[in-house]
Write a protein that binds this ligand. Structure first.
Ligand code: 9WN
Length: 449
């Protein structure tokens, strides 16, 4: 037994995922998020790999069933059985779907989220001796390739990085990383008066934890502009918001490496994937590392300026293999320093924002709280880096993640200083990634302190 309550946490996590299963797709949580989300499903598949690999494949396959003709994997796949007003903005907002869009009858958003999917697929492959999985890999590989082709071909900026066109695409919606870029976006939204009344996310008495109405007005403005252009990506920097995000790009570089492995499994050449991954890693280091911050930072492609903020996304390039050693050392200094305090017993997980920033807000969404998925990404980066510091910090983060969910349940996010659970309850990726952390501890026979 690696942790005295490991079996109990494992069982609770499985029952949370089972309760959120809507028949081949898993919702992120029962109240706030009643549809299928892209990167949530990838994290969910990573957890399901330890419990039911067939069901893990199904999670990815159901998501890719909504893949657009242009290759994009949409950020939300709407469940037509769910009432139209259960989530805002719902299916109607994103219409009409363009000819380059999803299969007939499927309604999605036109946005994407970070491409964790090939990482998830490789994760399932690595966690099971399942002999029937080749059929899933054969089915998924060309779809994953089309997804990455879309990002590399349609979303690539002149500097070689892939563009994020909406804060929702980053998955870190109201991160301070977007403040400067968003400041230039108007808050007037044509035809959508009274945003406060339309919002469904602030009805649970959690208004101090969610993005503000001004944030939502800007989110809607950007989405309307993208929709008005038919979700075409012909002129990326002409969209009202266009940034190169270190998390999205680092996840894509990692995922592209995993795609090379999957390519080999299905008899396709891996070299092109390896080349794209290496070039992207180089562009991340060349354009997103900011020595003054001691971490990576988002680059606003419209203004040419880096976000002047240390956020968890700026630590995620730790997952990259080819990180220059001096940069890795500097990022670890930042991660363990006052901004994020990794390894400090008074801090839980990886805070989403610099704890020393004047405007850090420990309860508001991506502006301070620790989340399990981004903590998991940093944990994965530390494990890949290895070395005594990396291994020890990874072990401590694993212990934080498990203790937070053990004490507070599978909450959406946590106060980084008290570990108190916040946001939605029974949140799927918190459960799924706890399964992965527990399984990793069991495999390495490493006890969690
Ligand atoms: C908008 C589902 C999603 C996550 C995102 C998280 C939140 C949605 C929202 O929930 O975003 O996509 O309504 O706030 O920020 O990372 O995928 O869990």
């Amino acid at each position: 037994m690696v942790h005295h309550n490991a079996v109990m946490i494992f069982e609770r996590a499985v029952s949370t995922l089972t309760a959120n299963d809507r028949g081949g797709t898993t919702i992120p949580s029962p109240h706030l998020y009643p549809h299928q989300w892209s990167w949530d499903s990838a994290f969910i598949a990573i957890g399901l790999a330890h419990v039911d690999p067939q069901r893990a494949w199904q999670e990815l396959r159901s998501l890719f069933g909504a893949q657009w003709a242009d290759g994009r994997v949409p950020h939300i796949v709407f469940n037509p059985a769910v009432p139209a007003d259960a989530y805002f903005p719902g299916a109607a907002f994103w219409q009409p779907m363009p000819p380059s869009g999803p299969p007939a009858g499927v309604v999605t958003t036109g946005l994407v989220q970070p491409p964790v999917h090939a990482i998830a697929a490789a994760h399932i492959v690595g966690r099971t001796a399942e002999t029937h999985q080749m059929k899933h890999i054969h089915w998924l590989y060309p779809r994953l390739r089309a997804w990455h082709d879309y990002l590399f071909d349609r979303r690539r900026l002149d500097n070689g990085l892939v563009a994020t066109l909406h804060p929702w695409e980053s998955g870190l919606d109201n991160s301070p990383a977007w403040d400067a870029a968003l400041a230039a976006v108007p808050t007037e939204v044509a035809g959508l008066a009274g945003i406060a009344a339309l919002r469904r996310d602030v009805r649970a008495g959690n208004v101090d934890q969610r993005p503000t109405n001004a944030d939502y007005a800007r989110y809607l403005h950007i989405a309307q502009a993208y929709r008005a252009g038919g979700y075409a990506d012909d002129d990326l920097t002409a969209t009202p918001f266009c940034v190169a995000d270190p998390l999205t790009n680092a996840v894509l570089a990692w995922a592209e490496q995993e795609l090379a492995t999957l390519a080999t499994m299905v008899g396709e050449p891996p070299d092109e994937h390896r080349r794209r991954a290496a070039e992207l890693e180089q562009a991340i280091h060349d354009h997103l590392y900011v020595p003054d911050l001691g971490c990576y930072a988002a680059l606003d492609a419209r203004s040419g300026r880096h976000a002047p903020a240390r956020t968890v996304g700026g630590l995620v390039p730790l997952v990259l293999d080819a990180m220059p050693p001096e940069v890795r050392a500097a990022v670890l200094v930042t991660a363990t320093g006052p901004a994020f305090k990794l390894g400090d017993p008074d801090v839980w997980g990886v805070p989403s924002y610099d704890l020393t920033a004047a405007d850090v807000d420990r309860r508001r969404y991506w502006r301070g709280p620790s989340w399990i998925n981004t903590t998991w990404l940093v944990w994965a980066g530390l494990r890949r880096a290895g070395g005594t510091t990396g291994d020890q910090l990874a072990t401590e983060l694993a212990a934080d993640m498990i203790t937070m969910v053990e004490r507070q349940g599978f909450r959406e996010y946590f106060d980084p200083l008290t570990g108190a659970g916040l946001g939605a309850r029974d949140f799927s990726w918190s459960a799924a990634l706890a399964l992965d952390v527990l399984a990793a501890a069991r495999r390495s026979a490493q006890s969690l302190p």
